[in-house]
Design a protein around this ligand. Structure first.
Ligand code: FHN
Length: 441
């Protein structure tokens, strides 16, 4: 977890047969997440499975994906080994519906592990417990037949997970999804057994909370309020809003799409006109870091296996910012004692204690107020990526003992500004805030 926590930025990848139609079926755009196409467009199973013949991996190059992760500044990657449609990106011995039975016969997971690890990036596995194709999958357990079928399904999924752990022992984490149905919630014991089995086989492997249910059907957090799994993974396409310091009391990760709402590649304007701006993504990265969480940014490669150029461009912009300012992100977390500033976030290097101000929301005035914890004054300020201190380009005007005003020079091309703050204790000033008569105790 120490390693996982220090990464802060990860690359999520959703890739499967759904990347071929990419949100379009029989000439019509289906305005819903591309990976849900078979359900939303009610595509007969036989036709969906036939897509496997066109899944040729013609332009799939694991090195290209890994280079995109490097460009983004990601320290780990999480790949969909099996999504809800049941198609597997490795040649599984427990089903025929896998990439080994497509024209190339290649093992996508093996190629990805090799390429990413060669670049020093950890690989994690996403696994959907929900499986629309498997005959024994059940959403609800209504009679004995359902119970018997679902018991067989759980055994199938357990064997697949065991297989993944055996075939790819260098995997660093398992990211579970599709665990919200009543059938899974009624089998909390299985989620515990699976977590234990994976950890026995791969010591140190991390597992997200989304896998887990307890004996009373509580998910993520058990009925006693204790987090299950290693980190909380409920923030999906949303961050803790409003910013709330209590989130920092445990490990967590947020995952995010680049378009508004599709994880798999969706070619239509419904998705392509909604791509997020790199600086909004930087804001989210800093937001997560400031609350001790990781940010997992999703990419949806196209049906031929190539990365979508627009997503590569966004990865580069975010990564250039991280290359200059990553000191405020990697290995950083919650800055205890520093109040939420509104114009961005404070982060603190977990090792050195260095505090950073990440200014993602520069006000129209071009000036921000920097409120330090009471009893501290600024000793020196370094602007990351530029190395300038307060006497240079930015002026830090002292308004009160621990309150400074900073004139920002808006530089839209460079993205959010980051200051490394060296502080010093003010003699004789108690570490107490000024009393506010309007606030009752
Ligand atoms: O339904 C899925 C969705 O396709 C995607 O995989 C996301 C990623 O967090 N999880 C599910 C919804 O919670």
């Amino acid at each position: 977890m120490q390693r996982f926590r220090s990464h802060r930025v990860g690359q999520f990848i959703h890739w499967g047969l759904y990347a071929l139609p990419a949100g379009r079926w029989e000439g019509k755009d289906v305005e819903f997440a591309a990976e849900f196409l078979p359900r939303v467009a009610r595509i007969p199973q036989r036709r969906w499975e036939a897509l496997a013949n066109d899944f040729t991996l013609a332009d799939f190059d694991a090195g290209q994906w890994a280079d995109t992760a490097v460009a983004l500044g990601a320290r780990y990657m999480t790949i969909t080994t099996k999504h809800h449609d049941g198609f597997c990106l490795w040649p599984s011995a427990h089903t025929d519906f896998h990439v080994g039975n497509t024209p190339s016969g290649r093992d996508v997971l093996a190629e990805l592990i090799e390429a990413y690890e060669a670049r020093g990036i950890d690989v994690n596995f996403y696994y959907s417990v929900l499986d629309w194709r498997h005959p024994d999958w059940r959403f609800n357990l209504e009679d004995d037949g359902d119970h018997a079928a679902f018991a067989r399904y759980l055994e199938f999924a357990r064997k697949q997970l065991e297989e993944l752990a055996e075939r790819y022992p260098s995997v660093k984490g398992f990211w579970f999804d599709g665990t919200w149905d009543e059938s899974v919630k009624a089998n909390g014991w299985w989620t515990w057994e699976v977590e234990r089995m994976l950890k026995e086989r791969i010591p140190g492997v991390v597992v997200n909370s989304r896998l887990r249910a307890d004996d009373f059907g509580a998910r993520h957090v058990d009925s006693n309020g204790v987090l299950m799994g290693d980190y909380e993974s409920g923030y999906e396409r949303r961050l803790p809003e409003p910013w709330n310091a209590t989130v920092a009391t445990r490990d967590w990760e947020a995952c995010m799409t680049i378009p508004q709402a599709s994880w798999g590649y969706h070619q239509g304007p419904w998705a392509q006109s909604t791509l997020k701006h790199p600086w909004d993504l930087v804001d989210m990265i800093a937001h997560c870091t400031s609350l001790g969480g990781n940010f997992l940014l999703n990419f949806g490669p196209r049906g031929d296996g190539s990365m979508a150029p627009a997503e590569v461009g966004i990865a580069r912009s975010v990564g250039e910012w991280l290359a200059a300012n990553g000191e405020a992100i990697y290995g950083c977390g919650f800055a205890e004692g520093w109040d939420y500033p509104g114009w961005g976030y404070f982060t603190r290097d977990v090792g050195t204690g260095q505090v950073f101000a990440v200014v993602t929301r520069s006000p129209a005035s071009g000036r921000i107020r920097l409120q330090l914890p009471a009893g501290l004054a600024l000793a020196e300020v370094r602007s990351l990526g530029k190395g300038i201190v307060d006497s240079g380009r930015y002026s830090f005007k002292r308004l009160a003992d621990s309150l400074f005003e900073v004139d920002l020079e808006a530089d839209a091309a460079a993205g959010p500004t980051v200051f490394a703050l060296e502080t010093t204790a003010i003699d004789g000033v108690a570490g107490e805030k000024e009393p506010n008569p309007d606030v009752l105790d």
